[in-house]
Design a protein around this ligand. Structure first.
Ligand code: RUB
Length: 316
């Protein structure tokens, strides 16, 4: 990591890398706050040095995990706010844009929740995969509307983010049935919706989310269960409009099997992809704070929000 990156930013970067901070929206929020801290604590001698420090911090955060596009979208939002020619002015710019970013994220999630809740009827059961704050915002809003919702929660190996979902749903008063991932098809007949989040949504409407989402979606389509993706516009991937593909993170194999067991098994090759891509034809609706969209038309919203493309200010 660059020497100019201060300890607070390093700590956030490490926590994102080790998944103490995880989930696309939470990562974006933490990254914006880290840039804010960098700005308030910087003792840069001039505006150019200040900008260089912020770029180095953004780069350190950017290099933690490659898949959730909310991370570069957050960094871009905050860095683009820097317009002043003085250190004090730039500091103010970063603080304001980071605060604005975090407030917008929270508002977007609440608005998305209201929209998503309209798809859930009183008495419905959902099936979840991983832990998504955007997806849970829909359930929370439905519960606030007085609807009774139940949930079948997939544990989501290898990191068991389903446990976080189960706990959060319990706090909302939603009865939970926890299942192993391979039992999903068995229970799809019992649910009214599959409800998942997204780390990135591509211009063609493909949804990048926790590994196992695509298999779940294919099974759900086979059973006729609608698949709803809750993804605020922060998850839209502007680079995919100009042909970039989304990088799928491969994580440490120790998450899957420990070294001792691995040796006992004769040291097989282990693969641990963290995400997969669900083609648009398996997704019924992408729910954003700007409304819900069939996946094929999400590109219209992307053009409206990002124009035809975007650059990476930390690489300038
Ligand atoms: C998290 C994951 C979540 C999305 C959406 O993966 O795949 O479904 O990030 O989450 P990981 P949110 O645990 O590997 O970070 O809706 O909270 O942004």
């Amino acid at each position: 990591m660059d020497d100019r990156v201060p300890p607070e930013v390093r700590r956030t970067a490490t926590e994102i890398d080790t998944m103490e901070i995880r989930g696309a929206a939470t990562i974006a929020d933490a990254a914006a706050r880290a840039l804010r801290t960098q700005a308030t604590e910087s003792d840069a001698a001039d505006a150019e040095a200040f900008r260089a420090e912020l770029r180095a911090a953004a780069r350190a955060l950017y290099e933690t995990r490659p898949t959730a596009v909310s991370l570069p979208n957050a960094l871009r939002y905050v860095l683009r706010g820097m317009s002043s020619t003085t250190v004090e002015g730039l500091r103010q710019n970063v603080v304001e844009s980071a605060d604005e970013f975090c407030a917008r994220l929270e508002r977007a999630q609440a608005d998305l929740g209201e929209i998503g809740a309209n798809r859930l009827r009183d008495g419905d059961t959902i099936m979840t995969h991983c832990h998504s704050t955007d997806a849970l915002a829909c359930v929370e809003a439905a519960v606030e509307q007085g609807k009774h919702v139940e949930a079948v929660v997939k544990e989501t190996r290898p990191r068991n983010q389903g446990h976080i979902t189960a706990k959060r749903l319990d706090e909302l008063g939603v009865p939970v049935t926890l299942i192993v991932d391979s039992a999903a098809r068995r229970y799809l007949n019992d649910v009214d919706h599959v409800l998942v989040g997204a780390d990135a949504v591509a211009a063609d409407g493909s949804v990048v989310n926790k590994i196992g989402t695509s298999g779940l979606a294919v099974n759900a389509r086979d059973r006729g269960t609608p698949i709803m993706v809750a993804a605020q516009t922060l998850k839209l991937h502007p680079g995919t409009m100009t042909g970039h593909t989304v990088d799928i993170e491969m994580r440490d194999t120790a998450e899957v099997v420990d070294d001792e067991t691995l040796a006992e098994l004769g040291n097989p090759t282990v693969k641990n992809p963290a995400f997969d891509v669900t083609p648009p034809r398996y997704v019924d609706a992408i729910v954003t704070e700007r409304g819900q969209f069939p996946p094929e038309s999400i590109v219209i919203l992307m053009r409206e929000l990002f124009g035809e493309g975007t650059s990476e200010p930390w690489a300038e």
